[in-house]
Ligand binder design. Structure first.
Ligand code: ADP
Ligand code: MG
Length: 329
C-alpha cells in the first residue's frame, strides 16, 4: 500500500503498536507533542543520537527493511553501552521517499521493535517527513548510569591494559561478502549478520563499566577508536598484532578478495564491539564476572602522548593512522 493512502497519521498509528515495553518509566508515549518519562532516582541521564542515510550508511540492494530498523536502533544502543549505561527511551525520525510503501515502514519498525524489546527500550516518539530522494533514519536514545560507573574516553592511564570485546573485522568482511557476490559462501552468514544486524554489547558493557577506566564502542574501526581514547586521555597506546582477535571467516574473506585481514580489523569499522582500558589489577576480577573469551587484551596504555602504535608480527613498531570512515575527508 502507498503511504499516501493511509497518510502520516495512519502510519503513526501503525508505529505506535507495541512501542512501549517498559511502561513503568513512561508517563506519555507516542501521541502528544513531547514524550514524558521518569528518570530513575540517583542515576545520571545519558542521551545519544546516530543517523543512517541511504547511499552513505546503507544500500537498499543489500539490506532488508527489518535489518535496517534493527541496525538503526542497535548502533544507538551501542553508544549508550560505550558509556556503561542502561538504554531506556528512544525517539525515531524518518524521512521517507515516495517510492517506499507502507509494508516497508512496517518492516522497518518490526526491526526497530525487535531490538527495543530485546533491550527493554521504549519507542516514545519521533517525526515522519517526506523526502525527495533518499531514506534517512535518525534515532536518539536516552540511558541511565550510576555516577560511579560512568565510562568516559578521557580517563585512560599509562600502564593500563587495552582490551576489546568480541572479534573484529567481521562487519567489514560481511559487507565485502555482500558487495562481491559471496552471500552464499559457507563462511558468509555470521559475517553478514555482523554487518546487517550487529548486536550492541549492552549487558557486557555494564559489567565492564564496574572495572574499566575508559571505554569506546568500535563504530569507526579499532585504529580510530583507540586514537580517540588516547587523544582524550593524553596518553598513547601500543597495540599488538598477534593479540588482535580475528575470526577464521574474516581471514578467509580477506584471502579470497586479496585484502589484508589486518586492514579489516584496524579500519573496517561497524563492529560495534567495545574497546576499554583497565588497570591490570582489576582485570582478573572482571574475568570472573563475564563469559569465557568475551574479551581479549590487545595492548597497553603508554605515556607517549596522543599516539597509537602497532607492534607488528615482524617485530617492527609502526604508528597507526586513524583512517576509519570520515564523512568529510
Ligand atoms: P507534532 O506535530 O506535535 O510534532 P507529529 O504529528 O509529528 O506531532 O507526531 C505525532 C506523534 O507521533 C508524536 O508523539 C510523535 O513523537 C510521534 N511520531 C511521529 N513520527 C514518528 C516516528 N517516525 N516514530 C515514532 N513516533 C513518531
Ligand atoms: Mg512532528
Amino acid at each position: 500500500m502507498n503511504i499516501k493512502e493511509i497518510g502520516e497519521f495512519g502510519l503513526i498509528d501503525l508505529i505506535k503498536r507495541d512501542a512501549i515495553v517498559d511502561a513503568e518509566s513512561v508517563v506519555v508515549g507516542i501521541g502528544d507533542d513531547a514524550a514524558v518519562f521518569r528518570p530513575t532516582k540517583g542515576m545520571l541521564q545519558l542521551i545519544a543520537t546516530d543517523m543512517l542515510a541511504e547511499g552513505i550508511h546503507f544500500d537498499l540492494r543489500f539490506i532488508e527493511p527489518f535489518e535496517l530498523g534493527y541496525k538503526a536502533l542497535a548502533v544507538n544502543l551501542s553508544d549508550i553501552a560505550a558509556m556503561g549505561g542502561i538504554p531506556k527511551q528512544a525517539v525515531i525520525s524518518i524521512a521517507l521517499p515516495e517510492r517506499l510503501d507502507v509494508a516497508f515502514v512496517v518492516e522497518l519498525y518490526r526491526g526497530l521493535k525487535a531490538v527495543a524489546r530485546a533491550f527493554q527500550v521504549n519507542i516514545v516518539g519521533g517525526d515522519t517527513i517526506g523526502s525527495l530522494h533518499d531514506l534517512t533514519i535518525n534515532v536518539a536514545v536516552t540511558g541511565e548510569i550510576a555516577p560511579e560507573f560512568l565510562q568516559r574516553r578521557s580517563s585512560a592511564k599509562a600502564g593500563e591494559l587495552v582490551v576489546v570485546t568480541g572479534r573484529l573485522g567481521a562487519s567489514a568482511a560481511g559487507l565485502l561478502c555482500l558487495q562481491n557476490g559471496l552471500r552464499e559462501a559457507s563462511f558468509a552468514p555470521p559475517l553478514i549478520s555482523a554487518h546487517l544486524t550487529p548486536v550492541p554489547q549492552v549487558e557486557l558493557a555494564q559489567v565492564i563499566a564496574r572495572y574499566a577506566s575508559s571505554m569506546n564502542d568500535i563504530s569507526d574501526g579499532l585504529a580510530s577508536e583507540s586514537k580517540e581514547i588516547a587523544t582524550a586521555s593524553g596518553v598513547g597506546m601500543l597495540l599488538k598484532e598477534h593479540c588482535l582477535p580475528c575470526d577464521a571467516a574474516v581471514a578467509e574473506v580477506s584471502h579470497r578478495l586479496e585484502k589484508k585481514a589486518l586492514d579489516l580489523i584496524l579500519y573496517g569499522g561497524e563492529d560495534y564491539q567495545l574497546i576499554f582500558t583497565i588497570a591490570p589489577e582489576k582485570y582478573d576480577a572482571l574475568l570472573t564476572m563475564i563469559p569465557p573469551r568475551a574479551v581479549t587484551v590487545i595492548g597497553e596504555v603508554t605515556s607517549e602522548k596522543d599516539s597509537v602504535s602497532l607492534l607488528r608480527l615482524d617485530g617492527a613498531i609502526v604508528k597507526l593512522e586513524p583512517k576509519g570512515y570520515n564523512h568529510f575527508t
